[in-house]
Design a binder for this molecule. Structure first.
Ligand SMILES: [Zn+2]
Length: 274
């Protein structure tokens, strides 16, 4: 069984030395997952956009990716996302550990529970109409804590907390949209954090992410025009720190889960069993 999965965003396509590649079939399509050693532990790695950045954000099969990890036995997921700064205090290159999100995506499959499909979650069958809760923690507090401690240990600076706003893409945002997101309470904006985080909760998985600020968003700090190569340039400067942070964080995630994430489906299971 593989305990930890990492979903790598833009700029992070390879993480493991000599990985095994597995194509895993799920009720939601197939997912390509790499498994191999990472800091002394076997983990699963999924490059979210494919190995060669060929899958745009709205085409990522978030459900297949997470369900494939679930079938491997993964209970803990760390994701990375390239983001733009809505909050002008977040300079390019900053690592943010979001503590909440606002989902502004428009046309993605946002749930596993379509009323028909029955899932197998670590040996339990789950199906029907299910509404998971995103409280008390939108992201897993244990994984966020492991990332925070790892950053301290390594001397890598991180911003603890922030609201991730997810947009549909593919285009970058307008200046007016960014002003609106700032009023809504957003700190960073990206195209891949949702529905991924909520889908993980629907599988009672722990999930947290490291957002890498690659640029100021439209109209922030007087920026004029954003290009995708600028995003990748900034990301590549931080890739070493990010890899070390991930490796340390994996080793610091407690073996036994004591966070509420694992209870996300208990209410449903209890009522079904009565
Ligand atoms: Zn958790």
């Amino acid at each position: 069984m593989v305990r930890v999965g990492i979903i790598g965003g833009s700029g992070i396509y390879r993480l493991l030395e000599n990985p095994d590649r597995r194509l895993i079939d799920t009720p939601f399509g197939s997912a390509s997952v790499f498994t191999g050693d990472f800091g002394g532990e076997e983990i699963a790695f999924i490059p979210r956009h494919g190995e060669h950045h060929e899958v745009p954000p709205f085409r990522v099969n978030y459900r297949a990716n997470l369900y494939a990890l679930n079938l491997l036995g993964v209970e803990r997921v760390i994701a990375t996302n390239a983001v733009g700064a809505i909050n002008p205090e977040l300079d390019p290159g900053t690592f943010v550990i979001p503590d909440d999100f606002i989902d502004l995506t428009k046309c993605r499959e946002g749930t596993f529970y379509d009323g028909k499909t029955v899932l197998n979650i670590r040996g339990r069958r789950v199906g029907g109409v299910i509404h998971v809760s995103m409280t008390p923690h939108t992201y897993c507090p244990e994984i966020r804590g492991a990332i925070r401690e790892s950053a301290e240990e390594l001397g890598v600076s991180v911003v603890d907390g922030g609201v991730y706003v997810c947009v549909e893409g593919n285009r970058f945002e307008t200046s007016a949209e960014i002003r609106a997101m700032r009023i809504l309470g957003g700190d960073v904006v990206g195209m891949t954090g949702c529905p991924e985080a909520a889908l993980a909760r629907e599988l009672a998985m722990c999930y947290a992410s490291i957002s890498v600020v690659t640029n100021y968003a439209a109209g922030v700090s007087g920026r004029v025009k954003l290009t995708h190569s600028e995003v990748l340039d900034t990301f590549s400067r931080r890739i070493r720190d990010l890899s070390e942070l991930l490796r340390e964080a994996v080793s610091r995630i407690p073996l036994v889960r004591s966070c509420p994430c694992k209870e996300a489906l208990d209410e449903f299971l209890d009522s079904e069993n009565q």
